[in-house]
Ligand binder design. Structure first.
Ligand code: FAD
Length: 303
């Protein structure tokens, strides 16, 4: 079995998340080759085939040309799977590649399953297993679902070229204006989830953060409900944080949240459900009502 992994490069550098593609291939027990469009350095430590295309020629992102570059690598490697990360790059490019190859696509894969791939559905309330028919299959992987990995060896680099022009011009990156605190620098974060119940309960979370000298974060529903500003969101579409201590209050542990905080040094979760998925990454899971436990903890710490 063979995978063609499509790495994501930004301004000449391979994004860290691309190493999760190797973790996926290892779980699948598949051989790997990689496409890198615009990576200026060799891929450190990787021993497979690397198809290198020049960003100067093909643009930082140019979907018409990038999809044809991937197609050219597919023709050479004949993989069973063409795999992207589920980033804005993969989101945009993978369906174009699937359409070009007339191939089935499964998006947002979070795990391997018997004969197929597991992905969330129904607004993340359920998981479904998809068994794609045909080859190759185009996949995108949810960030944080597979471990980052770099297989060893000396890379075999090969140039990748296509003719023609694209219909899109890449103008440049614009940094998002970040409102509020920069959680990426915080050493302690106390985050509120939907389990906190209502906006009026949030001062309880803020008090704990204050006593600990930390910052307040949030899961997406808390932000979507307008209880906290967007800058506080932790997760795949929020900030990626790695504080020394992360306290998750009333947060279930959806994969999109875990992707943003599971590298924290020590994780405490407070949840009334002993089987909440956050327990899988937590060092300590306190099974309690957040509105009873957190004020009691704050009072104890304040003494
Ligand atoms: P819920 O899943 O509703 O969990 C609430 C938890 O609180 C439950 O475990 C419950 O047992 C517990 N609870 C309830 N009452 C109490 C109580 N009184 N005391 C203690 N515990 C209690 N989510 C993010 O967080 N960040 C992201 O960046 C993000 N990006 C996303 C991107 C996409 C494309 C999609 C589709 C989803 C994204 N999500 C993100 C949403 C994610 O899938 C989950 O829906 C979300 O993380 C759930 O938030 P939650 O844990 O606060 O709420």
């Amino acid at each position: 079995m063979k995978t063609l992994l499509v790495g994501e490069c930004r301004e000449g550098k391979l994004l860290e998340s691309s190493y999760e593609l190797f973790g996926f291939a290892a779980q699948l027990g598949a051989e790997t080759a990689m496409v890198l469009i615009g990576n200026q350095g060799a891929l450190p430590g990787y021993g497979g085939a690397v198809y290198l295309a020049d960003a100067g020629k093909y643009g930082e992102y140019n979907p018409d040309l990038h999809k044809r570059l991937v197609q050219a690598a597919v023709e050479r490697e004949k993989p069973d799977y063409v795999v992207f990360m589920h980033t804005s790059y993969g989101w945009d490019l993978a369906p174009r590649v699937a359409a070009l190859l007339q191939a089935p696509q499964v998006s947002e894969v979070v795990a391997l399953a018997e004969g197929g791939f597991e992905r969330p559905c129904c607004s993340q309330k359920m998981r479904q297993v998809v068994q794609p028919v045909g080859s190759p299959v185009v996949l995108t992987l949810q960030g944080g679902a597979f471990p980052a990995l770099v297989p060893g060896g000396a890379p075999q680099q090969q140039p990748l070229d296509v003719d023609g022009e694209g219909r899109t011009e890449f103008l440049g990156y614009e940094a998002a204006v970040r409102k509020g605190v920069d959680l990426t620098r915080a050493e302690i974060i106390v985050s509120a989830g939907r389990g906190v119940g209502k906006k009026e309960n949030l001062p309880v979370i803020a008090e704990l953060a204050k006593v600990l000298g930390g910052e307040v974060g949030a899961s997406r529903p808390v932000v979507d409900s307008g209880w906290m500003e967007a800058g506080a969101q932790v997760g795949v579409t929020g900030q990626t944080v790695s504080p020394k201590l992360y306290i998750a209050c009333g947060i279930s542990g959806a994969i999109q949240h875990l992707a943003g905080m599971k590298k924290s040094g020590f994780i405490v979760a407070i949840n009334k459900d002993k089987d909440a998925p956050i327990g899988e990454v937590a060092d300590v899971l306190v099974v309690a009502d957040v509105m009873q436990f957190v004020p009691a903890l704050t009072a104890k710490l304040a003494k």
